[in-house]
Design a binder for this molecule. Structure first.
Ligand code: F3S
Length: 62
């Protein structure tokens, strides 16, 4: 499973980073990026929950 942040859509609100700092971090452009290429198996549910809180639906977990 991977988490993808659409860089065009992300407005840098930081909600995903507050909710899951192990999964998402801010880049120099003030946008969220996944910390790791693959979501660890034990964090898949958290990744999906966090995708659900993004106000602009920029996160896809698949
Ligand atoms: Fe961006 Fe959504 Fe996170 S706007 S910073 S991907 S909560």
């Amino acid at each position: 499973m991977v988490a993808i942040v659409d860089q065009e859509t992300c407005i840098g609100c930081g909600a995903c980073i507050s909710a899951s700092p192990e999964l998402f971090e801010m880049n120099e452009e003030g946008k969220s990026v996944p910390v790791q290429e693959t979501v660890p198996e034990n964090m898949e549910e958290e990744a999906q929950d966090t995708a659900g809180i993004c106000p602009v639906d920029a996160i896809k977990v698949e």
